[in-house]
Ligand binder design. Structure first.
Ligand SMILES: [Fe+2]
Ligand SMILES: [Fe+2]
Length: 172
């Protein structure tokens, strides 16, 4: 359902629901993957053996989906918001977090290799996993709480078309 936003830029435009729906679907996919990783974390905490193959697959997925698909989409959307809303600091922080989270994913993959080779302990990987899960979820929570309402109120169907034309994986 499209709501009408009168007066923005002097013209009648539509509040963009498609963009929000897309972002929420992507968050759902990422959250399900994080839940799977958390099950591995819980197993490790209970003294279980790590399923290296599954954990590797999860981290490869995170590098290929949130990092290659979701973050570029958000960065394009957030760049438009930066020009139109007051929450500039928060938006810049979230954009910087995209890079930080990507670095953390790479670090976790490296640590997994080191654990497999017996170079680091299970305790070390547990600490990293715990921080990783918290930071990833917190990032999405803040986006949904603070940024999605801005997207709903400020961005238009025309902006969505523009974003789709600029983000490679979303080009129609
Ligand atoms: Fe994000
Ligand atoms: Fe996100």
């Amino acid at each position: 359902m499209m709501a009408t936003l009168e007066g923005y830029a002097g013209i009648t435009t539509k509040v963009n629901k498609t963009m929000l729906a897309r972002l929420l679907v992507e968050h759902d996919h990422i959250l399900k993957t994080l839940n799977l990783l958390e099950m591995q974390f819980v197993d490790l905490c209970r003294g279980g053996a790590p399923d290296f193959s599954l954990m590797r697959s999860i981290l490869v997925y995170i590098q290929e989906y949130p990092e290659q698909v979701h973050h570029p989409l958000e960065d394009a959307i957030f760049s438009i918001l930066l020009e139109r809303v007051d929450e500039v600091e928060l938006i810049k922080e979230l954009m910087a977090e995209h890079t930080e989270l990507e670095v953390e994913t790479r670090r976790l993959r490296e640590s997994l290799k080191l654990l497999e080779s017996g170079i680091i302990s299970k305790d070390e990987i547990k600490k990293q996993l715990s921080t990783f899960l918290i930071r990833q979820r917190q990032h999405m929570y803040i986006e949904e709480e603070k940024i999605h309402p801005l997207i709903e109120n400020v961005l238009t169907q025309e902006d969505w078309s523009y974003v789709q034309s600029t983000v490679p994986l979303y080009k129609k």
